[in-house]
Design a protein around this ligand. Structure first.
Ligand SMILES: [Zn+2]
Ligand SMILES: [Zn+2]
Length: 361
């Protein structure tokens, strides 16, 4: 099957033939229908996050079950599924207390039971990024890396539920537990940021302030539920948010992954509140915060990984919200592209104007 392979860091993706192993007892073979282009993969492509190479990237996918391993009883061929990189074992301490997104065995589930790769190019092992490797016509994954979704959900939209949407909405409802009427600021209105905005709207936030440097993205954020917008390119974003809210917001979300914007989020919250780091920083990026302010004003900064999800619960919930017209997905997709256009898709992302490109197989 064809897949987009990263051979060097930094590098471009190369379309090549990859072979999959036969499904192990706990594995499911999926025909990939769609995969979104996520900014985290761009970190890999640009070499900001080291990775064993060669590697097949892509982790925001949906597809149709082709075959299942001997022990898999919950899926059968023909099932429509969405993948999530928050795969979990179900047996470790974190899984046991319900924190499946923190599963201690997640890395191991990205490989075969014997520790070898599921992906091969000739006799060379190929790294299956995040245990999914979804820039590929087929995916072979652990049974706890996918969840079934309703037939009515278009899979090219369903793919987005597995990363951008669950990360954004999950950060609001699972992580920050935003309450009705509270005030929220969102820094960065790309795929994840827009979903923080609509998550805050779903949670009933009273004021949702979108912050970005790009006027188009801010206009889009308004359609996703932002009540106010702040363009940081022509104004001091922290001062603007504090003024709009009479002293700061109840929750500020950073959806870019930059130390400078994490500091801004920290400065936008009221005393006693928490700012949330949702965007993935480059490896080695440290965030400096004023310790005195943190202590005397009881402020916090917390990282939220993948929307603190339990995706087997959250993705069907999100699918249902979409089918009821309460969650926007169509508006997130800026372009549908072929696998061969993956590098162009990332070039568009670098310019920072589009919401999301989705590969449709
Ligand atoms: Zn992602
Ligand atoms: Zn676990």
């Amino acid at each position: 099957m064809r897949a987009a392979v990263l051979e060097t860091q930094p590098g471009e993706l190369v379309i090549d033939e990859i072979t999959l192993t036969k499904p192990d007892a706990d594995e499911v073979l999926i025909q990939t229908v769609a995969c979104g282009l996520c900014h985290s993969d761009l970190h890999m492509i640009d070499g900001h996050l080291p990775s064993p190479l060669p590697a097949v990237l892509g982790h925001e996918a949906a597809g149709i079950v082709q075959a299942v391993g001997d022990d898999v009883t919950e899926f059968e061929p023909g099932d429509r599924v969405v993948s999530c990189l928050s795969m979990f074992c179900g047996n470790c301490r974190e899984c046991g207390v319900g924190n499946t997104w923190l599963c201690e065995n997640r890395q191991a589930l990205g490989k075969r039971t014997d520790g070898s790769s599921r992906l091969w190019r000739g006799d060379v092992e190929v790294n299956q990024m995040t245990g999914l490797g979804a820039f590929a016509e087929e995916m072979l994954v652990h049974r706890n890396a996918i969840v079934q979704v309703p037939d009515e959900l278009p899979l090219e939209l369903g793919a987005l539920l597995g990363c951008a949407v669950i990360t954004g909405v999950g950060s609001v409802v699972n992580g920050a537990r935003v309450r009705p009427g509270s005030t929220v600021a969102v820094i960065g209105c790309g795929g994840v940021g827009l979903n923080i905005v609509q998550g805050a709207a779903i949670a009933g936030a009273g004021r949702i302030i979108a912050v970005d440097l790009n006027a188009e993205k801010l206009a889009l954020a308004t359609t996703f539920g932002a009540t106010d917008v702040v363009n940081g390119s022509d104004t001091d974003a922290v001062a603007a948010v504090r003024e709009l809210t009479g002293g700061g917001v109840d929750a500020a979300f950073e959806a870019i992954g930059l130390p400078a914007t994490a500091q801004q989020a920290f400065s936008m919250i009221r005393p006693g509140r928490t700012a949330y780091l949702v965007g993935l920083p480059a490896m080695g990026a440290d965030i400096e915060l004023p310790g005195t302010v943190m202590l005397l004003q009881g402020r916090g900064l917390q990282g939220l990984f993948m929307g603190s999800n339990n995706f087997k619960r959250d993705i069907p919930m999100l699918a249902n919200l979409y089918l009821q017209g309460r969650l926007k997905l169509d508006e997130l997709v800026a372009a549908k592209i072929d696998l061969e256009q993956v590098n162009e898709g990332y070039a568009a992302m670098r310019t920072g104007t589009e919401a999301r490109s989705v590969i449709v197989f």
